[in-house]
Design a protein around this ligand. Structure first.
Ligand code: FES
Length: 651
């Protein structure tokens, strides 16, 4: 016969092809995911495949040793210069000579799957908005007077199906010299956002250019700015960095920043300048750390809350400070990084996820993208714990969202011994219910405070205070040990049976640790601290409960705690406190920084951008401020764990 069977693994796709057909061509015709950047010219090596040998009973094929053509000149040259791994062939050069089974290794797949650590999380399929293609452009001809750009555009359409490319002026200005330098073969870096405008020529290099392409996923928080630098062709996170948001000097929380802009002429402008400087610093830091040239960063995705969103864009957040909390724009934005003073490639793109509502921002959208409640058969409650808690509740039927003003207590602010999570901060606490004696762990030390050698080990950092997760644990432990009652009062020594409780003004406090021998302070929990935590957790709970009312349910199937802080909360303690509704404890999981993960997904997969834009439109927003039941839930939720709701899973 003059044709043969070609079976691709792992896809299992198969077809008969004329002898002499290149494997890349066969793959294209069958829709097999086999990469190519040079269009089959034997330059890029992205098309590598491994032909099988011998019998393949599963596929009903016996492969003879000469099922593929021998190495041709192009492959020989490639192999001698760059070296092909044993058994590998270039799919664009090897042609079909007989029945063959061809394996496409993961690195040769265009839509590679990017590894995520958590099993329950969605997979990230690599399909970024930036791609590299090699094109051969027709030379100009006296008889056919078209422009160089028009011929490049035609070549992109015929060789890569990229239609309607546009080019910014600085690229056009270099076009002629690059085309001639590359002898009419050029590498185009194409930016093709899934939404908004069509493809754009972001950069052009002579001949085949392999310098890596990077993108930045940034979670712009009110307290910290965190970024991940990703290789856009492998999906790998090559570096991560974070810094404090320099806007902090205008106010710790968002509302104080909004009021700063209201009270000070030009205040919003100052804050815009500060946050952009912070963002630029993050870009520089991360590039320096990895020795990546900033101009190799071609794309960025930013997620943030609505106030940060407006301030970063240079929009006065005034309207966000008052009902009805109207956003200037809630849609996703396709911008240029240079518009926001980011020192990336001059044509780098910047995508901002859509905001859900005036109080529920692009960070919540990113959490939704990462956790995909709309794809969950089970009813899932996703809580992003921060100064403002963003809460999502949903399943495949519908998704509701709200935000709840928890305040900064969970971050250690307004707590007498509270502090940010840093070495020396108490993060884990246990109290013996009989003796009422505590033991704890601090960040930066593996020992419990009751272990031998703790004090020597703790000397390096000291025991400096209690961080957010520590505060949640200690209040819950105090409740379980009977030191605090359900309404939130710390008992007297005679009631609690421990001298650690002492009269401190008009109420009692609990002495957790006396750090004075280590040169520190006494670390106590006051009744005011308990109050602060009660308020914060009641706000969080009421938001969640309100969404459950709207969903007409009394329980949820699972709970996801998101946010850098959420990752450290112990589910049991959060439930003892009544921070989250009752749920089987093993169904409470932590998603880590889900907003950051959502940003990374949007960076690596443009389809996900389209998806989240549609999801956000379908999310039903609930405004806690105007819901009468919110107050009612709040009052009940001030008790520990709750005045009216049952927590059967705590028994
Ligand atoms: Fe580029 Fe084969 S497609 S080397």
């Amino acid at each position: 016969p003059n044709d043969a069977l070609v079976v691709f693994t792992p896809s299992g796709k198969r077809g008969r092809f004329a002898l002499g057909t290149p494997i890349l061509t066969a793959a294209r015709q069958l829709g097999v995911d086999l990469d190519s950047v040079c269009g089959g010219r034997g330059i890029c090596s992205k098309c590598q495949i491994t032909p099988g040998q011998g019998e393949f009973p599963k596929h009903g094929v016996t492969v003879s040793p000469d099922a593929l053509s021998p190495f041709n000149k192009v492959e020989e040259r490639y192999d001698s210069i760059r070296g092909l791994k044993a058994g590998r062939r270039l799919g664009c050069q090897a042609t079909v000579q007989g029945d063959v089974v061809v394996d496409v290794p993961p690195e040769s797949q265009v839509h590679k799957q990017v590894v995520r650590k958590r099993a329950e999380a969605r997979d990230i399929i690599l399909a970024p908005s930036i791609k590299r293609v090699l094109v051969q452009v027709e030379q100009p001809d006296m008889h056919d007077p078209t422009g160089d750009f028009e011929r490049l555009s035609a070549a992109l359409a015929t060789q890569w199906n990229i239609e309607g490319i546009t080019a910014p002026l600085p690229v056009l200005a270099r076009l002629q010299s690059v085309l001639r330098k590359g002898d009419w073969t050029v590498t185009c870096i194409i930016h093709d956002p899934a939404t908004g405008s069509g493809p754009r020529l972001a950069e052009i290099y002579p001949a085949f250019d392999e310098r890596p392409l990077y993108g930045l996923a940034i979670d712009l928080g009110s307290t910290t700015i965190a970024g991940h630098l990703c290789n856009l062709e492998t999906g790998e996170v090559v570096a991560s960095a974070g810094l404090m948001n320099p806007q902090i000097r205008f106010g710790e929380d968002l509302m104080s920043r909004v009021s700063y802009s209201m009270m000070n002429e030009g205040g919003a402008g100052e804050m815009t300048k500060a946050v952009r400087e912070g963002m630029a610093q993050l870009c520089t830091d991360i590039a320096e750390e990895t020795e990546v040239d900033l101009t190799q960063i071609m794309d960025a995705v930013v997620v943030c809350n609505p106030v940060m969103h407006h301030l970063f864009l240079g929009i006065d957040p005034y309207e966000l400070g008052q009902a009805p909390f109207a956003l200037t724009t809630s849609d996703a934005l396709n911008l240029r990084a240079t518009d926001l003073d980011l020192p990336l490639h001059p044509n780098a793109a910047l995508y901002m996820l859509p905001c859900i509502a005036g109080h529920v921002g692009a960070d919540a959208a990113a959490v939704a993208l990462s956790e995909a409640p709309e794809k969950s058969e089970e009813l899932v409650l996703v809580v992003d714990v921060g100064t403002n808690a963003e809460i999502l509740l949903g399943n495949t039927q519908r998704v509701l969202a709200c935000s709840s003003p928890t305040g900064p207590a969970f971050e250690g602010a307004q707590i007498s011994a509270g502090q940010r999570a840093a070495p020396g901060a108490i993060e884990r606490v246990e109290i013996d219910p009989t003796t009422k004696e505590p033991r704890f762990k601090i960040i930066g030390c593996d020992l419990w405070s009751t272990d031998d050698g703790f004090e020597e080990a703790a000397l390096a950092t000291g025991v400096t205070g209690i961080c957010g997760s520590g505060i949640i644990e200690i209040v819950a432990e105090m409740r379980m040990a009977g030191i605090v009652d359900a309404p939130g009062l710390i008992g007297a020594p005679e009631q609690t049976g421990t001298e650690r409780c002492f009269l401190d003004g008009r109420t009692y406090s609990y002495l957790l640790y006396d750090a004075t021998p280590l040169g520190g302070q006494k670390i106590t929990v006051t009744n005011r601290d308990i109050r602060e935590i009660q308020m914060a957790k009641a706000a969080l709970y009421s938001g969640a409960r309100l969404l459950m009312d709207k969903f007409e349910v009394d329980s949820v199937d699972r709970i996801v705690l998101a946010g850098a802080f959420g990752a450290h909360i112990s589910p049991k303690h959060a439930m003892v406190l009544g921070m989250i509704p009752d749920c089987p404890l093993d169904r409470v999981t932590s998603a880590g920084n889900a907003a950051g993960t959502g940003a990374r997904i949007a960076l690596l997969n443009t389809e996900a951008r389209r998806e989240i834009e549609a999801t956000v439109k379908a999310i039903h927003k609930v405004e806690t401020a105007i819901e009468p039941r919110f107050q009612e839930h709040f009052v009940n939720a001030s008790n520990i764990p709750n005045a009216v709701e049952a927590f059967p899973h705590l028994n």
